[in-house]
Design a protein around this ligand. Structure first.
Ligand code: PHB
Length: 390
């Protein structure tokens, strides 16, 4: 009997010890190609979180495994996620810059018993595709709604909308339209461009010809947004006084040196600015700068990744390291904390992040550098797109 008890205790200890080994997190993002800087920001945010909080949760050691997905490629995204789950035995999937890549992974989560913590992809509907999705980033509904009031309050009543023709673009168009029309404004034309568009001159001509006083736009942040803002300046729209409105993807800090005066004065609404003045952001920016090697390269995907890791650490804590995706997700419903971006919480119904959205204006500092200056706060914003996503 005594022997049996000892053996049983040993078995329990061993199985606990087995859990207390290494918890793997598989992160998929663009680490090469035109969007490589966005993926580099994922890694900087993750490294910053682990530098500040250590790589252990209880007895468990956290290991992050990266997979490169340079562009929106749903088939490849699913293949990478499957490989991470089956071969690498990751307990968590995370990252995902582009919406189609995140969408493609939602059908495998249940069988894989794996939560998906989204660090960027911003289409509202993603969280409705599986109860195992939690989003640490933002939605374009969330970031594109408040700018409509800003435009209207500035006396702009006729706007042309220009978006990339895929999930977050269509959401952004609908969000801005709903909020702008509610203010009494009018959308004179709505253009949806293929995601691959990189010559924006014809679009700029259409904006001029539309007679609109302003343009609302959304494109995924990266070379795309950089090219669009440059074209807005180079085609004379800025100088002609056609106002530019959009979510903050357009003026990510890492693009501001290249945009220079072309971006000066542009107002955007977004969940995060590198300049955000708080002790939490100071700690974050220091650690993330160390991780990325150059402060000028820091941008919003780093904060999505940093908060995504916070969510994963809380999940590991709640499950004691055992693989129980439903329990892990339940544990973070209603979780609230102070992020580098400000106070945030996970909505228990949608599993999407509730947060402040800030109006920011691209400003030139005394030292000649450009930054997003926060000028107004829209507090505690949920996702207005979730009703539309159902
Ligand atoms: C997306 O595909 O969901 C996405 C990508 C880049 C952004 C925003 C959203 O800046």
């Amino acid at each position: 009997m005594k022997r049996f008890v000892l053996a049983a205790v040993a078995a329990i200890v061993m199985s606990t010890a087995a859990y207390a080994e290494t918890i793997k997190v598989g992160v998929v993002g663009p680490f090469s190609g035109p969007f490589a800087l966005q993926g580099k920001n994922f890694k900087a945010g993750i490294d910053a979180y682990m530098a500040i909080n250590g790589n252990k949760v209880g007895d468990n050691t956290v290991e992050v495994i990266y997979r490169d997905l340079p562009a929106a490629d749903p088939a490849q995204s699913k293949a990478l996620a499957q490989e991470l789950v089956v071969k690498e035995k990751v307990q968590y999937l995370a990252g995902f810059y582009f919406t189609p890549d995140a969408m493609a992974v939602t059908p495998i989560l249940k069988q894989a018993n794996t939560p998906l913590v989204i660090m960027n992809a911003a289409t509202s509907a993603i969280v409705t595709k599986s109860p195992l999705v939690v989003r640490a980033s933002f939605t374009t509904w969330q970031t594109s709604t408040p700018i409509a009031k800003v435009a209207h309050d500035a006396g702009v009543s006729k706007v042309i909308s220009v978006v990339s023709d895929y999930g977050p673009g269509v959401d952004a168009e609908n969000a801005f339209k709903a909020a702008f029309e509610k203010e009494g404004g009018q959308i004179v034309e709505a253009i949806r461009m293929p995601l691959s568009t990189n010559d924006f001159s014809p679009i700029m001509q259409r904006i001029k010809d539309s007679g609109a006083q302003g343009v609302f736009a959304f494109l995924p942040s990266g070379p795309t947004t950089l090219g669009f803002v440059k074209a807005y300046k180079e085609n004379g729209l800025k100088d002609a006084g056609i106002k530019f409105y959009g979510p903050g993807d357009f003026t990510q800090e890492s693009d501001l040196p290249a945009l220079g005066d072309a971006a000066l004065g542009i107002q955007t609404t977004f969940h995060y600015a590198v300049s955000h003045d708080s002790p939490e952001n100071k700690t974050f920016v220091e650690a993330a700068t160390k991780a990325i090697g150059n402060k000028a390269e820091l941008s919003f995907p780093a904060v999505g990744a940093y908060d995504g890791m916070h969510i994963i650490y809380k999940m590991i804590e709640a499950t004691g390291g055992s693989q129980d995706a439903a329990k892990a997700v339940d544990a973070v419903k209603g979780l609230s904390w102070v992020s580098p971006r400000g106070p945030v919480s996970i909505d228990p119904e949608s599993r999407h992040i509730t947060q402040n959205i800030y109006l920011r204006e691209v400003t030139k500092a005394d030292d000649g550098t450009y930054y997003n200056k926060e000028v107004q706060t829209f507090e505690n914003q949920g996702d207005p797109g979730l009703a539309a996503a159902k």
